[in-house]
Design a binder for this molecule. Structure first.
Ligand code: FAD
Length: 672
């Protein structure tokens, strides 16, 4: 138990420094070179798993070679957020057999995937690797076993910076590795999807029923009175995955709430889940957790299907391509087979290069009914292109034989950007103080170990909100409002007490002082990017180019968000707390040009890529899937994951993915 506590303490520090960006080099040195050693969650998995068993998987095979059969009714690629919803729903019929192929590892016993506070240790830090930095990329992008360890190509709109682009690589996918914010987007998001695709059943009036199937709203772990913090009628209480309000008061909560009374610009919003209810305003975060433990698609949807003999899940199974199995009378190319192999080694590799290949020869699984791609917004377009489904001219250049010419594959990448704004604050009550106090950290660890409450049981954020730029703003003279409707936000504000900032190379982390970070997120981006193959080698990481802040609207909105956040901190509620912006570029950012430079220097991602296999109407010449999620020009192949959203929803994306996958399960059941 001593080792457990030591390891948890170190993970607390790692979590604190990974969240939203900044790593304290001294702290890292301490962790990597000190007694605790390189604290990997692998250690936790192997040594400590029995102490923290959370029901997730039971029948999972750990290698493709353990498969006793290779033909199933459905083959699902990716045991991620969407993939496990499908696996769980399709196997409700005991006559239907399902194989799920997952390249990543198990989530069982992975403590960092369980304690909400430790989630950020699963993915590489977002610490910026400056092109002019003297520090190697490897030093600041340490690969993790639970992540695909991607990086973005140098971003033109962000001073040609590159940075880590986390994607979960374990059972549950990103739902096991994310930061647990849980919402559904606005009704206007879903109504736009419906209008664009021509399918009335994507409308919110139809989609909202899936909340009841998906969500199990549970009380917060501290048992506080939640009256006025959420609206019960917007939630499900008997669904599969737990959702809860914060269970550990943070020092700034009361100031945030006071601000909502003091500034008309930031009204209080009683429920932040979205849908029928507006997202505008500030309220309490709802997290995908219950009882102080993360709820992922693995611990919820897979757990309920564990004992079904008709479901087979294989981890360490890397899908290299889809195999064409014929052509229909109408000329559609059938893809009912999937080629896969043992996952390559996951040891440290320099960011952006090939992964060392140690796999056995390829195997092929075949679906009697359908193959369903749920490999996520990066994996899905990668597999499509490797299979000859994509832009023919581009594929030929990579010596891949084109089968279905579709230039939309891998296009239209859309993501939310993130800018951490750091403020110096008074006193020692910020999270910085807690982290410098070994006794406080030990006590928090002890509390979670004993009864799953306290700091580790909680998300790192308690309050957040959404806002619009005024309709009279000058940008609307030249740009059409990209939000899906007047109730949907343009940007998001996330309040946090963490020491949590991105620093310009040369400005060391302060070893004293207290900080508050208020994050600005661009919610309705107009920049669009791409995910394209680097080569025909399936183990080469694809080229990810979100093209962040390459439009006037996106730059304008981030600038206005920074100005609004400065106004937020001028409310009387902060007068005895906030000292002022921290860091030269922020403190001196007064003119629009200075704010823009500050924004371009620090913005990265909040990990919500969508759109790389967009849904469009069957008649549309662009797009990758039809409204029923079948892949255009193909037969026997669907896509169910975040890649099909043509626009990034006005929310954190796991909730929309859950609803998408619930409806997709119904569509697939009805079609077969
Ligand atoms: C660090 C981080 C923090 C986030 N925070 C939040 C948050 O707080 N709230 C929120 O709502 N959203 C958050 N998100 C985003 C959200 O979790 C994702 O949008 C969503 O879960 C994506 O679901 P998906 O099914 O499309 O893909 P995934 O969940 O990524 O599933 C894809 C699966 O396919 C597997 N796969 C990929 N390629 C292959 C292959 N070749 N062979 C076999 N398997 C393969 C992957 O390993 C993965 O398990 C976060 C994401 C990250 C990475």
């Amino acid at each position: 138990m001593y080792q457990l506590r030591l390891t948890l303490v170190a993970l607390v520090y790692k979590a604190a420094n990974n969240f939203y960006g900044y790593q304290n080099p001294l702290l890292l040195q301490g962790l990597e070179g000190g007694k605790v050693g390189m604290l990997s969650s692998t250690l936790l998995s192997s040594v400590l798993a029995p102490l923290f068993f959370v029901p997730s998987l039971a029948i999972t095979l750990t290698q493709p070679t353990q498969l006793k059969q290779l033909t199933y009714d459905y083959v699902i690629v990716g045991a991620g957020n969407a993939g496990l919803v499908l696996a769980s729903r399709l196997t409700e019929n005991p006559k239907v057999s399902v194989l799920v192929l997952e390249a990543g590892v198990s989530d069982q016993g992975v403590i960092a995937a369980q304690a909400p506070f430790l989630g950020p240790t699963l993915t590489p830090s977002k610490k910026f690797c400056a092109v002019h930095s003297t520090v190697s990329a490897q030093r600041y992008f340490p690969d993790t076993l639970y992540d695909w360890n991607y990086t973005v190509v140098p971003q033109e709109g962000l001073n040609r910076r590159t940075f880590a682009y986390p994607r979960g690589r374990l059972l549950g996918g990103c739902s096991s590795a994310n930061y647990l914010f849980h919402q559904y987007g606005t009704d206007e998001d879903w109504d736009r999807l419906s209008a664009n695709s021509g399918d009335p059943d994507w409308r919110w009036s139809n989609m909202k029923k899936y909340i009841q199937k998906h969500e199990k709203f549970v009380p917060p772990v501290d048992g506080h009175n939640t009256a006025g913090q959420f609206i019960p009628s917007l939630h499900g209480f008997n669904g599969v995955a737990s959702v809860s309000l914060p269970g550990n008061n943070q020092t700034i909560d009361s100031r945030v709430l006071a601000t909502t009374k003091q500034l008309k610009e930031f009204p209080y919003n009683q429920d932040m889940s979205g849908g029928d209810h507006s997202l505008l305003g500030i309220g309490f975060l709802q997290s995908s957790a219950g009882g102080g433990v993360r709820s992922s698609s693995s611990t919820s949807y897979l757990a309920r299907a564990n004992d079904r003999p008709n479901l087979t899940v294989v981890i360490n199974a890397y899908v290299t391509k889809l195999v064409q199995t014929g052509t229909t009378h109408s000329g559609l190319k059938s893809f009912r087979s999937v080629q896969f192999t043992s996952s390559p080694g996951t040891g440290p590799t320099p960011a952006g290069t090939s992964i060392h290949f140690i796999a056995l020869g390829p195997m092929t699984a075949t679906a009697r009914k359908e193959v369903i791609l749920s490999a996520g917004s990066i994996g899905t377009p990668q597999i499509l292109q490797l299979s000859g489904i994509g832009d023919s001219k581009f594929l030929k250049r990579l010596n891949i034989i084109p089968v279905v010419d579709n230039p939309s594959v891998g296009d239209n990448l859309s993501d939310h950007t993130l800018l951490p704004n750091l403020f110096s604050v008074q006193g020692t009550q910020s999270f910085d103080g807690v982290l410098r106090d070994q006794n406080a950290v030990n006590a928090a660890v002890e509390q979670w170990v004993q009864n799953k409450t306290g700091m580790l049981a909680n998300n790192v954020v308690n309050n957040f909100g959404f806002a619009r730029i005024p309709s009279s703003a000058s940008i609307f003279k030249t740009t059409r409002d990209p939000a899906p409707g007047p109730k949907s936000p343009h940007w998001e504000i996330i309040t946090s007490v963490r020491q949590n900032f991105y620093f310009n190379p040369g400005i060391p982390s302060p070893s004293s002082g207290s900080f508050m970070t208020i994050v600005a997120v661009l919610i309705s981006p107009t920049s669009r990017g791409t995910v394209k193959l680097r080569s025909s080698n399936p183990f080469d990481r694809p080229l990810i180019d979100p093209r962040y802040l390459t439009t006037d609207f996106d730059v304008f909105t981030m600038r206005e968000a920074v100005k609004a956040i400065l106004r937020f901190t001028k409310a009387p509620a902060w007068s005895d707390y906030v000292i002022g912006p921290f860091g030269d570029t922020f403190a001196k950012a007064k003119s629009d040009a200075q704010i823009d430079a500050y924004v371009r220097g620090l913005t990265t991602t909040i990990f919500h890529p969508v759109g790389t296999a967009s849904m469009s109407s069957p008649k549309s010449k662009s797009g990758v899937v039809n409204p029923d999620l079948t892949v255009k020009g193909t037969d026997g192949l669907r896509i169910v994951d975040a890649s099909v959203f043509p626009f990034v929803p006005s929310a954190h994306t796991q909730g929309p993915v859950y609803l998408l996958a619930e409806r997709a399960s119904d569509i697939i059941k009805a079609a077969n």
